[in-house]
Design a protein around this ligand. Structure first.
Ligand code: ASP
Length: 334
């Protein structure tokens, strides 16, 4: 039995702080629609809002946008939204994207400053421009022209002060993330079987100004194939981007894997070919498929994710993958 399969069978998800009849990361006997899956415990409030939108007859894109807006609006959240982690110059630069399965549409914004809801900006890029991605000042200008809520930011002064300080101290570029980052990636399987998803983050705290993570990159932080399913990522974006990891997870589902097995298989594959030790990759995935099945997996001890249906909304623990699971032949160097 391949180790991913073994791992999958040995470590199915465990509901945390909630009983969830009928909810586990194993096969769902019937399509569970709507189904909403997101990263981290903070995703639960977003899932609940997404379900509320769908119940009132809103579209899957409305569910994704309004769901993610809940987390973006949470002023206690230090990794998503305007209250998220600032970059090295003290400026919050956010990344977000959205995808609509029907028509395979996508929109994203990167390194955007002072916009309260980057997910709404990403949706407007998708729906109102011929482009997929806008970055920096252009993205901010576009969002303001679209009438989205913004705050004044004079980041040029902060960035200039940081540049001078850096030059005078010959300050080294921060080599490693201090771990102060997370992303909301939220996936929706709608009542009609169509799929949408989005993600939003302020990214790696203390990042170089202008750094863009995986979250706004289609195929890295998020990917949807409306014939198959969807996947989203959280963790060290650099290690997700180098492997087009969400695309990889969806592609494994296309080959027939259960969403949880696809997440595990992606981590195994990345771990085998990446020079970093599995635990140092710090990557985590959520996924759902067209059949109403879902799952997640992360490096190390795994991570917590949120799953919501009409009958239940819970936080689950994903299985984790460590260097030991990869094996010596995997070429995984510590
Ligand atoms: N993936 C995000 C980034 O690298 C951060 C996270 O999800 O932890 O920007």
């Amino acid at each position: 039995m391949p180790s991913t399969r073994r791992q999958f069978l040995a470590t199915s998800s465990i509901a945390i702080g909630a009983t969830a009849p009928g909810l586990c990361a194993s096969d769902a006997p019937n399509p569970t629609r709507p189904l909403i899956v997101s990263t981290w415990p903070f995703g639960k409030a977003s899932n609940d809002e997404a379900l509320r939108v769908l119940t009132k007859g809103g579209s899957i894109l409305d569910a994704v946008e309004h769901g993610i807006k809940v987390t973006e609006s949470d002023t206690k959240n230090r990794s998503v939204g305007i209250s998220g982690s600032p970059n090295a110059a003290g400026v919050v630069q956010q990344d977000a994207c959205i995808m609509h399965g029907p028509g395979h549409q996508a929109g994203s914004v990167a390194a955007i400053e002072g916009i309260i809801h980057p997910i709404s900006a990403a949706r407007r890029v998708m729906e109102k421009t011929p482009h997929v991605m806008l970055v920096g000042d252009g993205a901010r200008m576009f969002a303001i022209e679209e009438g989205l809520n913004s705050i004044d930011v004079d980041s040029s002064k902060l960035h200039e002060a940081w540049r001078k300080e850096r030059a005078s101290k010959k300050q080294a570029v921060q080599k490693r993330s201090k771990g102060d980052h997370d992303t909301i990636a939220l996936l929706v399987l709608g009542p009609d079987g169509n799929i949408a998803g989005g993600c939003s983050t302020s990214g790696w705290g203390g990042k170089l100004p202008g750094r863009v993570g995986d979250s706004p990159i289609i195929g890295s932080g998020l990917y949807i194939d409306n014939e198959v399913g969807a996947a989203g990522a959280t963790g060290l974006g650099e290690n997700v981007m180098r492997h087009c990891a969400s695309f990889m997870v969806v592609d494994f589902m296309r080959q027939g894997l259960h969403p949880q097995e696809a997440c595990l298989r992606a981590i195994h594959r990345i771990s085998r070919i990446d020079p970093l030790a599995t635990e140092d990759l710090a990557i985590n995935f959520v996924a759902l498929d067209k059949k109403g099945r879902y799952g997640a997996a992360g490096t190390g001890t795994g991570f917590k994710y949120s799953v919501t249906t009409k009958s239940s909304s819970v936080v689950l623990q994903s299985p984790g993958v460590t260097s030991k699971d990869i094996g010596p032949e995997g070429g995984n160097r510590k």
